[in-house]
Structure formats: C-alpha cells, structure tokens
Design a protein around this ligand. Structure first.
Ligand code: UGA
Length: 448
C-alpha cells in the first residue's frame, strides 16, 4: 500500500518506519525542514532503541522517504495517517490546532479517494470534526478512520511490530477491511468498532494504566506505615489474572508526554459533558504528590534542613531507554531542591541535554557519569531505573559519597546489594529494606 504519515514525532516516525518494514511504500511528512534534512541524512531526531537501524533499512530498500512536501505525498498515497502532536492547552484539553491544520492541508491536496486515519490521541468526536473540515474543503471521496496507537517510548518498535491488539474505528466497511488486511501481519487480534469508541479506547487505556500506577503507589505509601512490602503485594495481586502484573511498579509516579496529558484531557472531556471524573482526578493528584516523597524522605533524614547539602540525582528521563524528559518527576524534584539551597549534581545517560532545555539554573551541576555525580554527595536520589544504576557497585558508591545515604525512587536495589554496606537506604513501600534507619516496626492501632 502507498502510505503517507504526517508528523514525524514518536508515533508518526515509528509507525512510518514499521509500515515500511512490512514492505509498504511510506512517505513521512513533516513541516520542519531541519528534521526532514536530518532524517534524509540518516539521522533520527529522537532516541529510540532500534529505530535508526530500521529507518536505514527502509530507506536502503527504497520503501521509506522523508519530505516536507505534503501535497505531493498525499497525491501519491491512498492511505494517509495523521500523527501530529495534540499537546495540552492550559485548561488540560488537547490542542487540536495542528491536527486541524494537517487535515485542511490533506483536503487541499486530495485528487481521488483516500483513507484518512488519525493516530494522534484525540478527544471523542474529533475524527468526525476533522471529516467535516475535509468535506468542506474537498469534494473528493474519503473514509475516516480512528487508529489509536499504543506504543511505549523505549520499546516503541517492539510494541508496534508485536502489538497486543489493533483498534480500528471506522464507519466504512471498505476502509475497515483494508486496514484489517494491512495490519494482519502484526496480529490476528483486531478490534473493529465505531469511530467514537475507538477514540475512547485510547484515553480509557491510558487512564486505566495511570490508575494502576497511582493505586500501587498509594498501597506502597500504606505499606511503609504498616510494615508490608509493596513488591510482594504487587506480585501477589498480579498473579490474579483479572488484575494482571503489569503497571504495578511503585515509584515516584508516572511522567512522560502521554499519561499526564491524556488523563487531564479525559477529565476535560468528561467535564465537557457535565461529568466529574472523580476517580481520575484523584489519580492525577496522587501522582503529583508521589514524587515529593523523595523530598519528604530527605527532610526526615536531614532533620528538615536541606540547604547547603550536596545531593546527587541519578536519572532525569521520565523512564529508562528514552531521552524524553517531558513531565518527568525529576523536574519537580530538582526544582524543589535547587529552590531550597541544595547543590544538585545530576546525571542521566542520555537525557541531560533535553532536561537542561527545560530546567537549567544555578544550583545544578551537570555530571558526565554516575560516579562524578555521586562524588562527595551528602545523599543520592535514584529517579530513573537505568540499567547502569542497578549494576553500580554499592561499596564503591559508599566510598565516593560524603555520607552513604541512598533514596531509591524506583526500588532498583535489593537486600543483597546492600549487604556489607553502611547505607542509610530508603526505597518505595519496602520498609523492611530500610537500612541504617533504626526504625521499630510500627505498633498498629486497632479501633473497634
Ligand atoms: C504510554 C502507554 O503505556 C502506551 O501504551 C501509550 O501508547 C503511550 O503512553 C501513548 O499514549 O503514546 P509511555 O508514556 O511511553 O507509554 O510510557 P510507559 O511505559 O507507559 O510509562 C509511563 C510512566 O509510568 C513512566 O514514567 C513510568 O516510569 C511509569 N510507570 C510505569 C510506573 O511508575 N510504574 C509502572 O508499573 C509502569
């Protein structure tokens, strides 16, 4: 099939590269000439494992090309995918200006029947609104399809080539059949539904995953008070197939470009139809607070006084294997520390340049490796579970630091790592692993 993908962000670029991998003829379009020049020169504007190699293979096979010329790309394709950004407006609602603009440009370029799919995450009803826009600007025939995307940053290629399911929202049987055929090599698990339900499936999925995370984080906070271990609890819960084991890792809360944006948007979507999504509001609130547990633990250790301390931070990205720092909990944590007179020594294997573009101020020292960040630090906070942190020798870490104080925001270390060290160690929801903090098991009060 001849496919045009509009927008070369995570979703657009990964989708385009993967369709080319399936043998289709793919043109990726972006407005930014610099981005297209980089892609044409074999570069990749984002860090995503395996993407560069797959893009190169697609280009070499003559299956994948990059251009700023939307008009020409649309004319040469029967299937058009809109994958431009839908960032949050200050109200929390999704900003649809870019996708509307793209739809109008597609309409202006159409010279015959097209299938037009939206892969961007858009509020319920948007596909219909875009279809009206196109219809008002073109008399060419077309079918609208909602084709939500479920890839995760850091494992985007794997998620796209081996999806759990493909959701196709379409009113036209012809378009639905064509898209089922297109995706058949990826999975047999295809959900063909109406457009509005497909749009909702995307938001509901992200909101539910965010809910699982906030739920387990609250359980972790309670575990800390009652002397239970959240990793054991999550394992025990996850063995129930009705619950499932994924997205039950306690930590410092979710970040990234999707969960924060999509949860806010869904609250707005509900609000627009006079429904208060109370549960999701709490999920967002819990998530926003969870990151500050790091600060609370530091304050407890230092008797409330953080000013003048040197505190190392390992990990700036919102999760490992990506250089994305959008809505990363590290932003709020480091901002708070720097605001309160702490000297922060920060290290991330790849995300520091992006982080600096959002937060770069006095009080933050950028370090080239994990050891330099830890050197002479009064405490170390692990905020992203990059593999290199988990394999760092804790005896060496202790020697590097001024004081062996480790706040593990992602439960990376296990008891055996800590054996033979003098670390004051706090993680999330695992009070039995706390070391160097001679806490008694809490005496539980029972009220009849
Ligand atoms: C998320 C969804 O997982 C994808 O299915 C979806 O396609 C994507 O959003 C999107 O809408 O585009 P992503 O944001 O890339 O993907 O990353 P996740 O792996 O979902 O992680 C999100 C955040 O949750 C991270 O900050 C991670 O550290 C946190 N998390 C995840 C936890 O704190 N605990 C967990 O158990 C899992």
């Amino acid at each position: 099939m001849n496919i045009t993908v509009i927008g070369t962000g995570y979703v657009g670029l990964v989708s385009g590269v993967c369709y080319a991998r399936l043998g289709h003829q793919v043109i990726c379009v972006d407005k930014e000439p610099g981005k297209i020049a980089l892609l044409n020169a074999g570069g990749i504007p984002i860090y995503e494992p395996g993407l560069k190699e797959l893009a190169e293979a697609g280009r070499e096979a003559g299956k994948l090309s990059f251009t700023t010329n939307l008009q020409d790309a649309v004319k040469r394709s029967e299937f058009i995918i809109l994958a431009v950004g839908t960032p949050s407006l200050p109200s929390g609602a999704a900003n649809l200006a870019y996708i509307e603009q793209a739809a109008m440009e597609v309409a202006a370029a159409m010279d015959g029947y097209k299938m037009i799919a939206v892969k961007s995450t858009v509020p319920v009803g948007t596909n219909e609104r875009l279809a009206e826009l196109i219809r008002s600007r073109s008399d060419q025939p077309f079918d609208s399809i909602s084709l939500p995307e479920f890839l995760r940053e850091g494992s985007a290629i794997q998620d796209t080539l081996y999806p759990d399911r493909i959701v196709i929202g379409a009113d036209s049987k012809h378009a639905a059949d064509k898209l089922v055929e297109l995706h058949r090599p990826l999975t047999e698990h295809m959900i063909v539904t109406d457009i509005r339900s497909a749009e909702m499936i995307k938001y509901a999925s992200n909101a539910f995953l965010a809910t699982k995370i906030s739920f387990i984080n609250e359980i972790a906070n309670i575990c800390e008070k009652v002397g239970a271990d959240v990793t054991e609890v999550a394992y025990g819960m996850g063995c129930d197939s009705r619950i499932g084991s994924s997205f039950l890792k306690a930590g410092i809360g979710y970040g990234g470009s999707c969960f924060p944006k999509d949860t806010s948007a869904l609250i707005q979507i509900a609000g627009n139809v006079d429904y208060e999504f109370k549960l999701l509001r709490s999920v967002v609130e819990v998530n926003q607070d969870q990151r500050f547990n790091i600060i609370r633990k530091l304050k407890m250790i230092f008797g409330g006084e953080l000013a003048g301390k040197r505190i190392a931070v390992w990990g700036l990205a919102f999760k490992p294997n990506t250089d994305d720092v959008r809505d990363s909990p590290a932003l709020d944590i480091i901002q708070y520390l720097a605001d309160n007179g702490v000297q922060v020594t920060a290290y991330d294997p790849i995300a520091a340049p992006n982080f600096k573009s959002l937060l770069n101020r006095e009080g933050i020292v950028w370090c080239g490796d994990a050891a330099s960040a830890a050197k002479d630090a009064d405490a170390l906070c692990l905020l992203t579970e990059w593999e290199e942190f988990g394999s760092f020798d804790l005896a060496l870490l202790q020697r590097l630091m001024k004081r062996p104080i480790l706040i593990d925001g992602r439960n990376v270390f296990k008891e055996e790592h800590l054996l033979g060290t003098d670390f004051v160690y706090y993680s999330v929801g695992r009070p039995s692993l706390n070391q160097g903090v001679k806490e008694q098991m809490p005496v539980l009060q029972f009220h009849s």
